[in-house]
Write a protein that binds this ligand. Structure first.
Ligand code: FA5
Length: 343
């Protein structure tokens, strides 16, 4: 058997060397190394030999197979580099220059980022500076200094994510008012856009993570009229010059008086529609606002007898939903390009 193996090795090596093109070489490969080749048959027959013979002949047969495989590879690459014809696989590739090009999809700014930028520009135009604060906040800045002491029922209004007993994810951007007033003497005129968190069930109009825009103006003789004028200007710039706004009384512990600000539904003109709802009488709530409570001034060591101010807070997602007719707030966070590319 070993003699036959040696002869087979020599014949196969000669056949690989003699092949003039890839087709002939492939034929030789099938004949000498293929599944039905003599060598494969011999290897299969090893099982009938005694254990000693099997080890010796098996090792030799495997060495021969490896040797023939590398001879075959050598022959193949020397035919390829000599440019031997080999069928379509290695034919020179033809380029069709008339085919349309492949376009590379281009991204753009997310709708929420676009709107945040636009809102910042509107308020910059009215002299408001940008302020930022941490999203991981302490109890004092998120609640205590805003006239919401421990045990105050208003704490129940926002379900809070606590990280430690006194450390939490801020539930509103009003915390930034406090941080700015602690550092800066009046006049203060700032807006604070940012992400806030509430432990809430998610639905079409609620998320556990959303954006707010806070505004604060503190100076001598700031009036409710200043607040109304500022918000009227903002809402008209954002929703259009025909926008009608109204204030109704509301309660936030950090302002007195407090107000809920609504705009007349611009989808139905105030008649009542699926957007403003049959019970709203055609008005859409857009933000909370009011005159800064004297206790908030005391918390930051401002003299409430001297300083006056207004504050407001809006939910950015809700503003965008209204302006662009987005029916579900979750669309902002799902990263579905079919939605995103529309804006
Ligand atoms: C506040 O957070 C007050 N800090 C706003 C304020 C500031 C009032 C200064 C007075 C003076 P409120 O909890 O209502 O208020 O939230 C403000 C806005 O955030 C709402 O009008 C709504 O647009 C938006 N909002 C509230 N909860 C959610 C939520 N889960 N998902 C999306 N938007 C929300």
């Amino acid at each position: 058997m070993t003699e036959r193996l040696d002869a087979l090795e020599a014949e196969a090596a000669r056949a690989f060397e003699a092949a003039k093109d890839q087709g002939a070489l492939e034929e030789a490969r099938v004949r000498w190394l293929g599944r039905k080749s003599e060598l494969t048959g011999l290897l299969r027959g090893l099982k009938d030999l005694s254990p000693e013979q099997r080890a010796a002949v098996g090792a030799r047969a495997n060495r021969i197979r490896e040797n023939l495989e590398s001879r075959y590879e050598e022959a193949r690459s020397s035919l390829a580099s000599a440019g031997a014809p080999s069928g379509s696989a290695s034919a020179p590739a033809l380029r069709d220059v008339t085919l349309p090009g492949r376009s590379i999809p281009r991204g753009h700014e997310h709708l929420l980022s676009q709107v945040l930028r636009e809102v910042r520009e509107i308020f910059h135009g009215m002299g408001f500076a940008l302020a930022e604060g941490p999203q991981v906040e302490d109890d004092w800045h998120n609640f205590g200094a805003l006239n919401i002491p421990k045990g105050h029922p208003a704490r129940a209004a926002t379900d809070t994510f606590y990280l430690r007993p006194d450390i939490l994810l801020r539930t509103h951007t009003s915390s930034v008012q406090i941080r700015v007033m602690e550092k800066q003497q009046p006049p203060v005129r700032i807006i604070c856009p940012g992400r806030v968190y509430r432990n809430e069930a998610v639905d079409a109009t609620h998320h556990f993570e959303f954006h707010q825009l806070e505004g604060l103006y503190v100076d001598e003789n700031v009036t409710l009229g200043d607040l109304k004028g500022t918000l009227d200007r903002f809402l008209k710039s954002f929703f259009g010059p025909a926008t009608e706004m109204r204030f109704s009384p509301s309660y936030f512990p950090f302002v007195e008086p407090g107000a809920q600000v609504e705009i007349r539904c611009f989808f139905c003109g105030g008649k009542g529609c699926p957007v403003c709802g049959p019970l709203s009488g055609g008005w859409l709530e857009v933000l909370g606002a009011g005159m800064v409570h004297p206790n908030v001034f005391r918390a930051v060591s401002y003299d409430p007898e001297r300083w006056t101010g207004f504050a407001f807070g809006a939910g950015i997602e809700r503003l965008v939903m209204l302006r662009h007719g987005v029916p579900d707030l979750r669309l902002f966070y799902e990263n579905d390009v079919r939605f995103l590319h529309q804006f």
